[in-house]
Structure formats: structure tokens, C-alpha cells
Ligand binder design. Structure first.
Ligand code: AMP
Ligand code: ZN
Length: 114
């Protein structure tokens, strides 16, 4: 999927600020942060969105949450609180069609979201 921006970021063809990396997950700073902490976590394998998650890939979602927890603890926002966001398709606000978790923290989050 060479035309996918996040696949190219995972492949290091496009620069990003690495936050965390393992064999199947890459986390990096959002280029347009919406909070003092705004990290994106993606599976290295291309999945367009949550609708592409299968029984086989479902455990990967859990490991993305574990990685987000680790980053939240490292950034010192685990106890104060954070928000994980996954946008799916147009009305969900998805712009990049490579599945990603937004980890947002460092300010009070509002509800309902926009
Ligand atoms: P979404 O609307 O859920 O698809 O979110 C896409 C996110 O990707 C937005 O928060 C953008 O700021 C972020 N983004 C777009 N291009 C880049 C990039 N080159 N590096 C880091 N983050 C990016
Ligand atoms: Zn991709």
C-alpha cells in the first residue's frame, strides 16, 4: 500500500517523530496536535479502519491499547486522564485511511465531542 501516508511513515519514507515502536506497532507525534499530548498509534500492517478488523487481527487492537497505556504512563498523564479516539469513515471524521488510535491528553477533554 505504497500510496498510504501512514504506511510510508511506518516504512520511514516520510519522517515522523517516533514515540514507540515494536514489531507490529508504530507510534508517532501527530503533526497537528490537538492537545499537549497527541500521539498516533498505528498497526504496521495496513488496515483501512476498524471495519477491517477480523478475529485474527482483533488482538492487535488490544496491543495498540497496551502501547497507548504505556505511552500515557511515560508522559505522566495516566492518572490525570487521557482520551483514545478512533475515527471511522467520513462522518466519523477519518481523513487518513490507515487505522490509527489518537492518544490525547494534557488538558481537560470535553464531552460531547464535536
Ligand atoms: P483522522 O482524522 O483520524 O484520520 O486523523 C488523521 C491525523 O493524522 C490528524 O490528526 C493529522 O494531524 C495527522 N497527520 C496527517 N499527516 C501527518 C503526518 N505526516 N505526520 C503525523 N501526523 C499526521
Ligand atoms: Zn497504510
Amino acid at each position: 500500500m505504497p500510496e498510504c501516508l501512514f504506511c510510508r511513515i511506518v516504512a520511514k519514507e516520510i519522517p515522523s517523530k517516533t514515540v514507540y515502536e515494536d514489531g507490529e506497532i508504530y507510534a508517532f507525534e501527530d503533526i497537528n496536535p490537538q492537545a499537549p499530548v497527541h500521539v498516533l498509534l498505528v498497526p504496521k500492517k495496513h488496515l483501512a479502519h476498524t471495519l477491517d478488523v477480523t478475529e485474527a487481527s482483533a488482538p492487535l487492537l488490544g496491543r495498540l491499547v497496551l502501547a497507548a497505556n504505556r505511552i500515557a504512563r511515560e508522559r505522566g498523564v495516566a492518572e490525570s486522564g487521557f482520551r483514545l479516539v478512533v475515527n471511522t469513515n467520513r462522518e466519523g471524521g477519518q481523513v487518513i485511511f490507515h487505522l490509527h488510535l489518537h492518544l490525547l491528553a494534557g488538558r481537560p477533554m470535553e464531552w460531547p465531542p464535536g
